[in-house]
Design a protein around this ligand. Structure first.
Ligand SMILES: [Zn+2]
Length: 394
């Protein structure tokens, strides 16, 4: 958030929401359960280590490159990733920064976009809550949905310049959305800003942001989509929901452009944003994980994800299966929740899809003989198949 939200209210009783259900889709739930606490913690920790990511600074650019590297690591191609440069004058000099835009093309409506966004720039501190939390949640959504077909295209957008007055998002709307011919067709904008709360608070509820100001033409559509966001939250995460008016974040330039917006914001304010105390130690990491689960659910609903699981997906939750260390030089360790005395097979597949190693019931794999590169580790246990990306680095 660029500055403090003042208006909050419970516009619609949370108890209503469960009754207005879109139906529960088991595959969506399986994918929401693939959010892992380990991933969230690592993302927040790395985000913190990048320092004060003030727009225009080296740390800000480093953060953008860090996010970009995550997408490449998830398997998104360089061609799907755009560094969207912008500049503005702060009264003394020109400030240069970039947004990062990742496009996943839809199967049925490739030219209609669900935008899932949040800013990564910070001021005065490392900004683990504002907005490392939203950044981590978006990254988990992008990782989990990488190979999941969606009817609508998705743009994951990591904005900069938010803290200086929505500079990056305003640029994007003016110079990309409206400069595209024909104008970019946006189904909705789902913004995550400050969703980490403060450790020690009872963070069991998330605000769903509804457009109640600005243009009036898009308010009803925002209300409808925000109800769906709340419903997805209830269906696919442990969180409760409440409503507040959308304000002071990157969805506002879209709202001003007539787009349909919604978003998440922490319900119990931590009040550490924009301070040196907005750190990993002070954020509620479990809350971020829960928000990420809700976001995976909502993203699938909004973009209409395939409702059946591919064979590469599994009902074995991601955090029940670990391979480490990554990268590795010599040995891979496999760890998962045992299913009785079930036999398991572990395969390593190289970048060209060739099976290069297979083993049975071994939890330590010697990979000394393999070359530096990216591989897929595939665990087969009972009727489940689970895959993770492996990096071998000599
Ligand atoms: Zn923020």
């Amino acid at each position: 958030m660029i500055f403090k939200k003042i208006l909050t209210s419970s516009l619609l009783g949370a108890s209503f929401i469960g009754l207005m259900a879109q139906s529960f889709i088991p595959a969506y739930s399986t994918r929401a359960n693939q959010v892992t606490q380990t991933n969230v913690n690592t993302l927040l920790q790395e985000f913190e280590a990048l320092g004060i990511k003030k727009t225009g600074t080296v740390a800000n650019e480093n953060a953008l490159q860090w996010i970009k590297a995550k997408y490449l690591n998830f398997g998104y191609s360089a061609g799907q990733i755009v560094e969207d440069a912008f500049s503005y004058n702060n009264g003394m000099s020109t400030v240069n920064s970039k947004n990062l835009v990742i496009t996943k093309t839809g199967t049925t409506y490739p030219n209609t976009f669900v935008i899932i966004c949040g800013h990564f720039d910070t001021i005065n501190g490392p900004g683990v809550d504002d907005n490392g939390s939203g950044t981590a949640a978006i990254l988990e959504v992008a990782r989990i949905l990488k190979d999941v077909p969606t009817e609508y295209s998705i743009k994951f957008i990591h904005f900069s310049g938010e803290e200086q007055g929505l500079k990056g998002s305003a640029h994007y709307v003016n110079s990309v959305v409206n400069a595209t011919n024909p104008k970019m067709n946006i189904k909705l904008v789902f913004n995550l800003d400050q969703v980490g709360g403060k450790i020690g608070n009872n963070n069991n509820t998330i605000y769903c942001d509804q457009d109640m100001g600005g243009l009036s033409s898009n308010n009803a559509a925002s209300q409808a989509i925000t109800l769906q966001l709340a419903n997805c939250t209830t269906l696919y995460s442990p969180l409760l929901t409440a409503y507040d008016p959308a304000a002071n974040s990157d969805y506002i330039p879209f709202e001003q452009n007539g787009e349909i917006i919604t978003g998440f914001y922490e319900y119990t304010r931590g009040y550490l944003e924009h301070s040196a105390n907005d750190t990993l130690a002070n954020v509620d990491k479990v809350y971020v994980k829960n928000v990420a689960m809700a976001s995976v659910g909502a993203a699938q609903h909004f973009a209409v994800a395939q409702s059946t699981l591919a064979t590469s997906e599994s009902s074995l939750a991601d955090d029940q299966f670990q391979i480490y260390p990554i990268p590795t030089q010599n040995v891979l360790n496999i760890d998962f929740v045992e299913v009785g005395n079930a036999q398991f097979i572990f395969d390593l597949i190289d970048a060209s899809g060739r099976l290069v190693m297979t083993s049975q019931n071994q939890k330590q794999i010697d990979v000394t003989a393999l070359d530096t590169g990216i591989y897929i580790g595939r665990l087969k246990i009972k009727d489940k198949i689970f895959q993770k990306k492996i990096i071998i680095k000599k």
